[in-house]
Design a protein. Structure first.
Length: 366
């Protein structure tokens, strides 16, 4: 094996595939990067046995071949080299890496021991705008369940039909839904529960292209963009019927400035360190929202925020951490509405823009 590749393209390629490197000391092969050089291309593969990543870059290949090198060591070497051509040459046991006045000899692992990249055939697939998806995933990802004990809730329900993309996530305490209109006239209806952490990670990878293809197989979800393929296990099961949680009407409807509410919440929450409960008192005629927090050890705090309101005066207590996540999700908007039914029923925040956003939050004890 003998090839030459640019430092910048190899560094970016390693940054992409590093997300798939394993760390199992009993299986050192999965902590490596599988390099395959042939036909003017260098292909890099990694896996931790649950996800697989493949990425290819142009290379000047003098002698085709393949090897497996320590991913951590290879990344450190490439990152610290100048942006200049890197030559790689080796056999089954050793690989020489040289650039400028620097040279390294690395022990190689057998590519025959590296897990094969999965073959796949889509049951269904859809190609979507990556920027829109990034915005939407950022709004719902915080709401996914971070414990593997409930895998369904760690996923993001993704549907595409009738010119609408919708993402839904819940951790059983709160629910986030966002949707936007797109032209899907040439696409089949698509529905899948995509692993939240993988979805979020893929869209943040360097080298993301304008469009990303998402496909599902009987057991896998596949993301493809540019020269990158990212495969993960599909989440099986039935996503909760979230629509039955959404009331058709409300008792009180409040419209409030996002920045005003977010800053007031931050100040009140200084007192709510031990008890994350913040009380919201809605005074419709006065057009005021009173935020208050109490701590037996620290004291209490009160803030008043101007609002537009209709309906009945109402009080509800909410977890300020969760409300703050909602404020962060709509920080690019001027206003948000809060719809309430009673102190014992969920509060629903809504924002309407290019990407519509709904955030349902269970109340806490006042």
């Amino acid at each position: 094996m003998k090839f030459t590749v640019s430092q910048s393209s190899l560094a970016q390629a390693l940054a992409i595939v590093s997300k798939g490197m394993g760390s199992n000391a009993s299986q050192p092969i999965i902590s490596g990067v599988h390099l395959i050089a042939e036909n003017g291309t260098l292909e890099l593969q990694t896996t931790d046995t649950t996800i697989f990543i493949r990425h290819s870059i142009p290379a000047n290949v003098d002698e085709a071949g393949e090897t497996v090198l320590s991913g951590k060591i290879l990344m450190s070497i490439v990152k610290n080299l100048a942006d200049a051509p890197i030559s790689v040459e080796g056999d089954d046991h050793n690989v020489m890496i040289a650039s400028g006045k620097s040279s390294f000899r690395l022990n190689a692992l057998s590519p025959e021991d590296f897990p094969s990249f999965p073959e796949y055939e889509f049951e269904n697939s859809v190609e979507l705008d990556s920027d829109v998806l990034q915005t939407m995933v950022d709004k719902v990802y915080k709401v996914t369940y971070k414990d593997n004990s409930r895998p369904i809730l760690s996923g993001i329900l993704t549907t595409v039909e009738d010119n609408t993309i919708r993402l839904v996530a819940t951790d059983s305490y709160r629910l986030a839904v966002c949707d936007t209109n797109v032209d899907t006239s040439n696409a089949e209806a698509f529905r899948a529960i995509l692993p939240g952490s993988v979805f979020h990670e893929v869209l943040g990878l360097p080298g993301m292209t304008e469009k990303i293809l998402i496909g599902i197989t009987p057991s896998q979800v596949v993301f493809k963009f540019g020269n990158t393929t990212f495969i993960a296990r599909k989440i099986e099961g039935n996503f909760p019927n979230y629509k039955q949680l959404l009331p058709k009407s409300c008792t009180t409807k409040v419209t409030v400035n996002v920045a005003d509410l977010a800053s007031a919440l931050r100040r009140v929450s200084v007192i709510a360190l031990a008890n994350p409960s913040v009380r919201f008192d809605i005074e419709c005629d006065a057009k005021l929202m009173k935020l208050s927090a109490t701590s037996p050890d620290q004291g209490d705090a009160t803030e008043y925020v101007n609002i537009d309101a209709e309906g009945e005066d109402l009080s509800i207590a909410l977890n300020y951490h969760y409300v703050n996540d909602c404020m962060n999700a709509v920080s690019d908007q001027d206003e948000i509405t809060l719809e309430l039914q009673s102190a014992m029923q969920p509060g629903i925040f809504k924002s309407y823009a290019k990407v519509n956003y709904l955030y349902l939050l269970m109340p806490v004890r006042m």
